[in-house]
Write a protein that binds this ligand. Structure first.
Ligand SMILES: [Zn+2]
Length: 492
């Protein structure tokens, strides 16, 4: 949950218009710059760039860019070296670190490449990093990204029709994972292999060992699909299929590119330096989950949820599900564009514009904060008629909505849980806020007698032994080598 970020609604409308005009253009046949093959192009290069620019402004807002100037410069520098030896060196290339724990990297048309903060600790040297960035660069040079965009017209139009980003409609679409998902379109197997091959080409041309490509695929293949997930941002495995098959498929290209080259480099130390101190998992700047509490130090509030429920934080909202019953859930979000009036009026207007009818409600005080707590009825896509217990709470000049939703016949049994969470909403003191620290990557030298479980144990349970091994390019049942420097996670 980021707070104070306007939703880029008009960006969508503009983009919708430009995509409609795009479809009306006559298709032209042109030579693919990276592959040399003739293909149908629906998008000119200038359109490709302007689509990419608009989508990238949206990613910056919705996902956030990780604030570390040295790391940003390092990543952009490596990316630009790769781009400069590609077939399209003059695109406006940008390589940025998205501030999400999800393990992924993605390319927008026109040369806007993102690598997530979450994937970086899993790359063991610069050659592997160059492998990931080279692969994404390949999706742009071979125009896969542009073609995906062209194909996604229906999806994007559908998204706009749903009004996912329309302020005030959020309670209706709170579970809409389509939001950023539209940027994470799956590429086909052929596109993936081609991007791997282009990654090998660019990495080796720029001097890195192209073996970094299969190595990073192997590491990502070892992770299970649940690792490093973040709502709205899928993992690499969901968007890049069959990594282990691709490890084998790419070997001939790696052999060819390395033949006779004795000066290819790995730069492991530079990569370790770059990730030393990197935030691992949630970033407190965006609000974090600790036990069954959601804590937001910059916005200075704390709220408790039922112990067994599943808390998912995203830039726009916090969704808390009574798993495995996904039809009962709670939602916390900032009410955008509050235009004044008292809290009762704000609550009723907001809910009304979201299509919910008020059943009852009263002003109240929640831990000293002015609030309006009511029950509402409405219908939700995929669930049907629901009852909703919602509190609208004023805190530090913002209005927050904390609400529980349940199908009509499950409301009574859920309402105690909803009310308990609502009553737990409280301000954090400055001292409390300052005492919240994220988990971070640290560098550790392996000692005699260390095992992956013993090293993981020292970090206070913030990382599993198996994940720690994968993070260091090792099999879970292997022994860490005494004297080597490895990445570990230290608890906040
Ligand atoms: Zn890919």
């Amino acid at each position: 949950m980021a707070g104070h970020k306007g939703r880029p609604h008009n960006v969508y409308m503009k983009r919708f218009a430009s995509i409609v005009s795009l479809v009306l253009l006559a298709a032209s046949c042109a030579t693919n710059p990276a592959t040399g093959k003739r293909q149908i192009n629906l998008m000119s290069e200038s359109q490709e760039i302007s689509e990419g620019q608009q989508a990238s402004a949206q990613v910056d807002k919705e996902m956030g860019i990780y604030k570390d100037p040295a790391l940003a410069e390092y990543i952009d520098g490596i990316g630009r070296k790769l781009a400069s030896v590609s077939e399209r060196p003059t695109l406006p290339w940008h390589y940025q670190v998205a501030d999400t724990p999800a393990i992924n990297a993605f390319a927008l048309p026109g040369g806007f490449i993102y690598i997530t903060r979450g994937i970086l600790p899993f790359l063991n040297d610069e050659a592997q990093l160059a492998g990931v960035l080279g692969h994404e660069t390949g999706h742009v040079t071979a125009r896969h990204a542009a073609q995906q965009y062209t194909r996604s017209v229906g999806g994007l139009a559908g998204l706009i029709a749903l009004g996912v980003f329309v302020p005030g409609a959020a309670p209706l679409t709170g579970l809409g994972e389509q939001g950023l998902g539209v940027l994470f379109l799956k590429y086909g197997r052929g596109d993936e292999l081609q991007a791997d091959q282009l990654g090998v080409r660019y990495a080796s041309r720029a001097g890195w060992d192209p073996a970094g490509v299969p190595e990073m695929l192997q590491t990502l293949g070892r992770l299970d699909e649940a690792s490093g997930q973040s709502k709205g941002v899928p993992n690499w495995l969901e968007t890049h299929p069959e990594p282990l098959t691709r490890v084998k498929d790419i070997q001939p290209a790696v052999r060819d590119a390395s033949a006779g080259r004795t000066n290819l480099f790995r730069n492991r130390d530079a990569m370790l330096r770059a990730v030393d101190g990197l935030i691992y998992g949630d970033n407190p700047d965006q609000g974090i989950v600790r036990g069954n509490a959601f804590i937001h130090p910059p916005l200075r509030f704390r709220v408790e949820f039922p112990a067994t429920w599943d808390i998912q934080n995203s830039p726009d909202e916090v969704v808390v599900r009574k798993a495995p019953n996904l039809n009962v859930y709670m939602l916390l979000e900032e009410v955008p564009n509050v235009r004044g009036g008292n809290i009762e009026q704000i609550a009723q207007q907001t809910m009304q514009s979201a299509g919910f009818r008020i059943e009852s409600g009263a002003q109240s005080s929640i831990n000293g904060l002015e609030a309006y707590v009511g029950t509402y009825q409405g219908s939700l896509q995929g669930i049907g008629q629901v009852l909703m217990r919602a509190a609208h709470i004023i805190h530090n000049g913002n209005v927050y909505m904390l609400a529980g939703f349940a199908p009509l016949n499950q409301f009574v049994e859920s309402d105690d849980d909803f009310l308990k969470s609502i009553r737990s909403f409280r301000r954090m003191t400055a001292e409390e806020a300052e005492s919240v620290h994220p988990n971070r990557i640290d560098i550790y030298t392996v000692r005699q007698g260390d095992t992956w479980p013993s090293i993981a144990g020292k970090s206070g349970g913030v990382i599993k032994a198996s994940t720690l091994a994968v993070m260091n390019g090792a099999e879970t049942n292997s022994q860490p080598t005494v004297g080597t420097r490895i990445k570990i996670v230290t608890g906040g």
